[in-house]
Write a protein that binds this ligand. Structure first.
Ligand code: HEC
Ligand code: HEC
Ligand code: HEC
Ligand code: HEC
Ligand code: HEC
Length: 319
């Protein structure tokens, strides 16, 4: 009886430990790092170049993606941020912003929430430096000073959704259950030691292979948690409510990273593979002679029947 009881406890402890292991990828909420005081400091903290040393192919793929220049964009994003400030934030009576000097991280967060989530680790000076850099870049273009424009463009592009944004900062979604990402750990699908000097451990991020991971930035609709909700991408909403709700079962990663063969070069219609995956187009045509009326007599007409079926897991285009 006693033995059975002990065995029972041991089994229970084993089960508890297993559960603990399965959910201990993250850890307690770490102390925030000191705020980055310049663009250079923030870029350095999230620099992807040192990962290239060992993950060269992935780095090369990532460089082609818009994630690698998520503030610059196509380059439509940086100018649109300025428009949002000039034609929005500065005109709103309660934003507290009349001049560029009044801008804070909170103001830029209406875009940076998804375009540069790590901005919450920087001082308000960095928010103002970003705006000044984008404006300087636009001015350099107007002045025809291409050298200066290129240099500033590089600075803007140094702020991006790099390796450690996805593999650390936003890697774990349910932090109360799975823990908070730790500064010494890189999160993916394996566990163990990691060869990098700073990120010495590798741990599992339970949802990094799931659509919800991409959904963090790819939008459900208005960002209601902000004092002034913005709305940009809404594609994750469309994925959930139109695609999954109608029986779609593939994940973002399956279509964009695996089936496309593009890996970390996540793309849209700019890429041939994505174009092929996007639509089934069926065109049927026939020609007939049609007796229209007495005056015009018999006229040749063509009937063309075009049907398009969207095979993407969401509306296209988005936004
Ligand atoms: C000195 C070499 C080296 C450097 C530098 C390095 N890694 Fe790694 N990394 C590895 C090796 C080796 C593995 C394990 C095998 C594999 O998956 O390729 C690995 C594994 C990983 C994994 C887990 C893959 C999985 O299967 O889940 C991620 C994520 C990762 N590295 C990201 C990074 C990031 C981000 C950086 C830059 C901050 C980085 N690595 C820098 C060598 C390195
Ligand atoms: C909910 C997250 C989110 C917020 C908040 C957000 N964006 Fe976006 N934005 C995205 C994503 C994701 C894309 C790309 C995918 C797409 O269009 O579906 C995008 C695309 C864009 C594009 C087109 C991309 C290009 O390179 O041409 C522009 C421009 C843009 N955003 C500007 C802004 C501005 C300005 C703000 C703030 C006023 C903002 N966004 C706020 C997530 C967001
Ligand atoms: C936009 C988010 C995002 C960015 C940015 C990103 N990754 Fe990943 N990475 C993922 C996802 C998602 C997976 C696949 C996870 C799965 O399906 O299990 C992955 C997988 C990996 C893997 C393991 C699988 C493989 O393909 O070998 C490594 C290693 C890795 N990433 C390294 C990097 C490095 C290095 C960078 C920067 C150059 C980077 N990642 C940038 C999201 C990202
Ligand atoms: C940290 C936020 C974030 C995460 C996580 C993220 N993305 Fe993005 N993604 C963006 C932003 C922001 C852009 C647009 C950048 C720009 O052009 O300004 C973008 C652009 C893209 C584009 C290109 C859109 C275009 O118009 O060409 C694709 C495709 C994409 N993401 C797919 C994914 C997939 C798949 C995942 C998950 C594996 C993912 N993203 C995870 C923020 C994110
Ligand atoms: C069934 C496959 C499939 C799934 C699932 C899927 N996508 Fe796509 N996605 C595509 C194809 C194909 C395109 C290219 C069509 C186009 O851009 O016109 C595309 C385009 C995009 C674009 C560019 C949209 C634009 O405005 O042009 C973004 C961003 C994107 N996907 C992100 C995601 C994210 C995030 C998820 C998961 C929530 C996801 N996709 C799920 C196939 C898929």
């Amino acid at each position: 009886m006693k033995r059975a009881f002990i065995a029972g406890i041991a089994a229970f402890a084993g089960a508890a430990l297993m559960a603990f292991n399965a959910y201990s990828e993250g850890g307690p909420k770490p102390e925030p790092l000191p705020k980055a005081k310049t663009i250079a400091e923030l870029a350095e903290r999230y620099d992807s170049e040192r990962c290239a040393e060992c993950h060269e192919d992935i780095y090369d793929e990532w460089q082609y993606s818009l994630h690698s220049h998520s503030i610059l964009g196509s380059p439509r994003t940086a100018p649109t941020i300025i428009t949002a400030i000039e034609n929005g934030i500065k005109l709103f009576p309660y934003s507290g912003v009349k001049n560029d000097e009044d801008l804070t991280v909170e103001h830029l967060m209406i875009c940076a929430k998804c375009h540069l989530p790590q901005l919450d680790e920087a001082t308000d000076d960095v928010a103002r430096e970003i705006v000044a850099t984008i404006k300087g870049w636009q001015q350099a273009y107007r002045d025809g000073d291409t050298d200066k424009a290129e240099k500033l463009e590089e600075t803007i592009a140094s702020l991006n959704i790099g390796c450690t944004v996805c593999h650390q900062k936003v890697a774990i979604i349910h932090k109360w259950a799975d823990g908070y990402p730790q500064y010494d750990t890189v999160y993916g699908s394996s566990e163990g030691d990691h060869e990098d000097e700073e990120l010495v451990k590798m741990a599992e991020a339970p949802a990094i292979g799931e659509s919800i991971f991409c959904g963090q930035c790819h939008g459900l609709g208005p960002n209601f948690e902000l004092d002034h909700p913005s709305q940009c991408a809404t594609l994750y909403g469309s994925y959930l409510f139109a695609y999954v709700a109608h029986g779609g079962s593939e994940t973002c990663q399956e279509c964009h990273m695996e089936k496309s063969g593009l890996g970390h070069d996540m793309q849209s219609y700019k890429d041939e593979a994505m174009i092929d995956m996007a639509l089934d187009v069926k065109v049927e045509g026939r020609s007939i002679f049609w007796r229209k009326n007495k005056a015009e007599g018999v006229v040749p007409i063509g009937i063309i029947d075009v049907s398009m079926y969207n095979k993407a897991g969401h509306v296209i285009p988005d936004g």
